[in-house]
Each structure stands twice: as structure tokens, then as C-alpha cells.
Design a protein around this ligand. Sequence first.
Ligand code: ADP
Ligand code: MG
Length: 325
Amino acid sequence: MALSEFRLIELLRGIGDGRADVCLGIGDDAALLRVPDGQRLVVCADAIVEGVHFPAGADAADIGWRALAVNLSDMAAMGARPRWATMTLTLPEADERWLQPFAKGFKALADMHAVALVGGDTVRGPLNVGVQVMGTLADGQGLLRSGAQPGDGVWVSGCLGDAAAGLEFASGNRAVNNDAERELCNRFLRPVPRVEFGSSLHGLATAAIDISDGLMQDAQHIAFASGVNIALDAGSLPLSNALTGVFEPSEALRLALSGGDDYELLFTLPAARERELQALLASHGLRCTRIGTVNKGENVTCALEGKPWMPSYTGFDHFGTRRPE
Ligand code: ADP
Ligand code: MG
């Protein structure tokens, strides 16, 4: 079913309607947005491409969710409050049977965070969804990668490795046969950005990043930006029952250390602030685990059962080649 331009815009309109800070949304040549006094504009953009970031033939609703989720996760890692999004949609064909569930998946997550879709562009080509999210931070706030201090603990939200495990199922490499496998698959298809939690880490965490490329690689970004060593204890990584129920221990550990797509927050925290963190976690109903320590030095190092240990895999890079180890 071919889609008229008018119908396409109708399907995308109404995502996040009613925000008072949208002076003009979809329908004109550009959107007009109001940034409140005392706030800074925070902007990020991430594209997802069929066959690279999600398997060919993935469900349209999951693609819509994911395209926004990966961007909201960047907002979460900055501690920013997301407000608005734009989208550049490249579609092989204008098919309403695809676009309707796609818009629904995007809207489901947008509504959870009151994000308004305020504009974009739609063109023909290989399936590719580029989303830009704009949000705000109070002047002087922001969780950067560069603030980790020797002596801080290294913490992570949620569990690690589930999404990379789930990709095995979502991509059709393995068939889903039970609830644990379904749960893993869903953790890949519908990542949950830690937006609320991220925004409450201001003044508490010294550095933060979201885990998109894998723990080892994203920890390396904090180590580099902060000029410190990050020492991880592989034995303390939080692994879900689903992951350990489906995968061998060594494979579960590999997925947790180097698998991407979890979109959990990795952050550093002075030891003196741990009680405050625990109180915060109780109020968010979220689990966080201390998985290492910040030291003077550089790079990410790893120990297993008290002995130095370096896995032979370190993460995904965007051109499909492994970094020198
Ligand atoms: P123009 O040709 O002036 O760029 P378009 O015809 O491309 O305008 O789009 C019409 C309106 O629909 C614009 O307000 C644009 O921002 C919006 N729009 C088009 N595609 C999308 C999309 N994928 N997501 C959100 N808004 C879109
Ligand atoms: Mg125009």
C-alpha cells in the first residue's frame, strides 16, 4: 500500500503533542522550540541501519522503539532531560503496513518520556533511521566521561550481556524455545534507556557513559577521557538468570564484557557517596553493581578470581574490525 506524503506526516504527527515548549512542530519548514531560562540545550544523534544495528526483516515496531531508545540512552548518560526529537527516515518503499507499527513503536517510548517528534525528513533508499534528540540540562550540570577520580568505584546499572545474547535469537541464528530466550531476545529488541536514573546521578557520579559498544570498550572511553585506569573485576559483573541459564559461564562472561547494545549506565562514584546511591536505587527500584575501581594510570584492566586477566575480545567497533589488543 503506497503512502501519500500527507498520510505519512499524519502517522508521525501527534507524537508528544501538548508540550508547551514546542512553539511549532511538524508541518512547517522547521520547528520552533523554547529552551527554558537557566537551561542548556543538549543534542545527540544516532542512526540505526538495517543489517548493521538490527537484523534485516526486524519488526517495524521494534525498529521504531530502538531508533529512539539509543538516543535517549545518550541523554541518560549525560544526565539530561530529553524533550524533542527529529527523524530522518530512509525507506525502500512507502508502505503504510510498515510505517504504522514503526510509528507506534517510536511513540510508545516517546510517550514514556514525554518526547515530542518535531520534524524530520523522509527519503527513499535502504532502510535507515536517523534520530536526533534534544534535551536540556541546568546550567553547570552534566555527567561527562572525563570526571572519574582515582579511588572512585566503578558501577553499572542492570545486567550485562543480555542484549548481545538476545541478538543471537533476534537475528535468527538460534530459535527461541523458552521464556529465558524470549527475555534475552526482548532485551535486544527493546532496550530500556535509564533516563530517570541518569538525571538523578548529578552531583553523585563523577563520570558516566551508556554501554552501547560493550563494557570493555565503553569503560575505555571513561579511562581515556578521565586520564585514569579502570580496573574491572570480571567475577562481579551482574549477569541475569536468563543469561546464565542459556549460556555457558565463559560465554556469558564474554557477552557481558564485550557484547554491546545493553544501554545500561556505567558510572564512577566516590566511595563516600555509596550510601546515597543505595537510597537512590531503592527509590528507582533499580539494581546497580560495583564492578571495579578507578586507579591512577591508564586503560582498562581486568581481573578474574583475583588474578590479572585480559580477555582476547574487547568490543565492537563501527567498521567491523577489532582494535589492536
Ligand atoms: P520540506 O520539503 O519543507 O523539508 P517535507 O515535505 O519534507 O518538508 O516535510 C513536511 C513536514 O513533515 C516538515 O515539517 C517535516 O519536518 C516533517 N517530516 C517529514 N518527514 C518526517 C519524519 N520522518 N519525521 C518527522 N517529521 C517529518
Ligand atoms: Mg521546506
